[in-house]
Design a protein around this ligand. Structure first.
Ligand code: HEM
Length: 206
């Protein structure tokens, strides 16, 4: 979980950084330049295959862990104070992960799938900047993307520091720093993502 999680976290950084280029307000020129490189470079295509493999591994691993936890205690404790022993979001990683997966299916159907179909059939790419502008004209879609980012925030809030712990990268000296970095990351990255549909909806991007 930790390894695939950190890999997916690194993808989020790249994805958010490239998408943030929409805020140059240059008609999507800088964004399209980098998106085009990512969409057409052969090495990136291999990394993309690794990304989807990593995503599937992360989901399968998560489901196995969830089952293991459930089977480890088929009979519940007579007295269990979950609110005191753990956070609700750490106990809800499977639900949060499923919400993110639902968001991802819609998200890939919105942008990635049509762009890849276009590329394979015509050798040309779609105008992703224009597609985003059109997609984010719709308030329900903007709200759905914000909900996806909100689920991602909670999922990362537990996942970021857990990844370090799972990999044995926890040391009393650095635990606090990892926790603070995790909180900052969990807020900043989903917020940056959520601001994309929001700023496009309000026509602040052109
Ligand atoms: C909310 C703002 C977001 C916007 C505007 C956005 C936009 C895009 C666009 C335009 C693409 C197509 C790229 C291409 O076809 O080359 C894409 C791909 C993708 N996005 Fe997002 N995205 C957002 C958030 C997210 C989030 C939060 C996640 C993950 C939880 C995510 C995961 C992905 C994945 C896995 C792909 C396919 C990767 C690939 O191109 O290989 N996106 N996104």
């Amino acid at each position: 979980m930790g390894l695939t999680g950190l890999f997916l976290i690194s993808f989020l950084v790249v994805h958010a950084s490239i998408n943030a280029c929409i805020w140059f307000n240059d008609g999507g020129e800088t964004f399209t330049f980098y998106a085009h490189f990512m969409g057409t470079n052969t090495i990136v295509h291999f990394i993309e295959a690794g990304l989807f493999a990593g995503l599937i591994l992360h989901i399968v691993d998560g489901l196995l862990l969830w089952k293991q936890n459930r089977d480890a205690r088929p009979v519940q404790y007579a007295y269990n104070n979950p609110g005191k022993n753990s956070t609700w979001y750490s106990r809800s990683m499977a639900v949060l992960g499923t919400l993110i997966l639902l968001f991802l299916v819609i998200h890939l159907y919105d942008f990635w799938a049509p762009n890849r179909v276009e590329y394979v059939t015509t050798g040309e790419e779609k105008d992703l900047f224009q597609m985003m502008q059109e997609r984010f004209e719709s308030l329900p879609i903007v709200l759905l993307y914000c909900a996806g980012c909100f689920s991602l925030f909670w999922h990362l809030l537990h996942g970021f520091k857990s990844a370090f712990q799972s990999l044995g990268l926890n040391h009393s000296k650095y635990n606090k720093a990892v926790e603070v970095a995790g909180i900052a990351f969990s807020i900043i990255v989903p917020a940056v993502f959520a601001l994309m549909p929001i700023s496009m909806y309000f026509h602040l991007v052109h």
